[in-house]
Design a protein around this ligand. Structure first.
Ligand SMILES: *Cc1c(COP(=O)(O)O)cnc(C)c1O
Length: 346
């Protein structure tokens, strides 16, 4: 596929859309230099609160830093109000009312919700018992399938998904949601963007970077797609506080790597300890920061854990996750509390 093929998938009225032009769009200080200006262009308050000025609508400084860390040009980086915003924008960019998206099942819940909010059809294809795509996955698409969302490592199962087979076969947009990529040694797909112009990779600051409360997500794609996402996003989608705190976190990459190393080592310890319990039927292999655990009387165990003031995610009513709890990896102390509570549970 070429970028021209990809642009032909965009909803035509958005290609010609004249976006909202903010005051700071029309006057870009960075183009002129570091002089101090008197800002009377945006109806802001002149009184310094630390946040009285509108934020950079294109998050240039933050993107430069992301670009350096990820080794990808900043014009291939989009920053969203969480990756959830990018999920919604991708659907809005490509899907007209008769179009549909395809997702595997079970997977992350926001693809379905975003499809429903945008009133477009959702197709789902059941994963096999090992949470892998079946051979016939692509046959679930039709001529109106614009986007396939693949979450790898997958939520709630924790395993990597065979993205390559889909990229090789599907001639629509392939979104690879890598929210958990930092917890696996498998390389990210962001380096494949030049090879596959129909590829959009999502990552987030919410997991490994420890910033779920800030709402910062990333999308990586060809510059043409990034420009279109920028064109249709709310102008100031990332607050100045989020941009500043995101930059601060990125300056401490070593701290993030330490956290990830602890979580990975705790993940194998917790998996091993859980397997020793007679009530535990299966601990699914995980490349993420959580474990999917098949356990006798899962829904009741969930309630017992609540009584012990431990909250996990009850996935027992999700397809393929019968009797399963999804358990995030915490600190060593938190994980010990969980294991102790489960040992005491009858
Ligand atoms: C947690 C998670 C996200 C994160 O979304 P944000 O909006 O960036 O917090 C995205 N995708 C998946 C699959 C997740 O599990």
């Amino acid at each position: 596929m070429t970028i021209t093929d990809v642009l032909s998938l965009v909803r035509p009225h958005l290609l010609n859309l004249q976006p909202y032009s903010s005051a700071r769009d029309e006057f870009d200080q960075s183009a002129i230099g570091t002089q101090q200006f008197v800002y009377l262009d945006a109806n802001e308050s002149p009184y310094d609160t630390g946040s009285n000025r509108y934020p950079d609508p294109y998050q240039r400084e933050l993107k430069e830093k992301i670009s350096a860390i990820k080794g990808i040009p900043s014009k291939q980086v989009f920053v969203g109000n969480g990756s959830d915003e990018a999920i919604d924008l991708v659907i809005r960019l490509f899907c007209n009312e008769n179009d549909n998206i395809l997702i595997p099942s079970p997977t992350y819940g926001m693809y379905k919700v975003s499809a429903e909010i945008n009133n477009i059809q959702l197709k789902t294809a059941l994963l096999d018992e090992n949470f892998q795509l079946t051979k016939s996955f692509i046959s679930n698409t039709d001529k109106n399938t614009k986007v396939i969302f693949l979450c790898s490592p997958n939520n709630p199962s924790g395993n990597l998904i065979d993205v390559q087979s889909v990229l090789d076969e599907f001639r629509g947009i392939v979104v690879v949601d890598e929210a958990y990529i930092d917890f696996t040694t498998t390389p990210s797909y962001i380096k494949q963007i030049d090879r596959y112009p129909n590829l959009v990779v999502l990552q987030t600051f919410s997991k490994a970077w420890g910033l779920a409360g800030l709402r910062l997500g990333m999308a990586f794609a060809q510059p043409e797609i990034i420009s279109l996402l920028n064109k249709i996003k709310p102008p100031y989608n990332i607050s100045s506080a989020a941009q500043r705190l995101g930059l601060q976190a990125l300056a401490q990459e070593a701290r993030m790597k330490q956290w990830v190393a602890s979580i990975i080592s705790e993940r194998s310890r917790v998996a091993k300890e859980l397997s020793k319990l007679t009530t535990v039927k299966m601990v699914f292999p995980s490349d993420a920061n959580f474990l999917l655990v098949r356990i006798a009387r899962a829904a009741e165990v969930y309630d017992e854990l609540i009584t012990s003031k431990i909250v996990v995610r009850d996935r027992s009513r999700v397809v393929r996750c019968e009797d399963c709890l999804r358990i995030s990896i915490g600190t060593k102390e938190e994980n010990d509390q969980l294991l102790e509570a489960l040992r005491l549970s009858k």
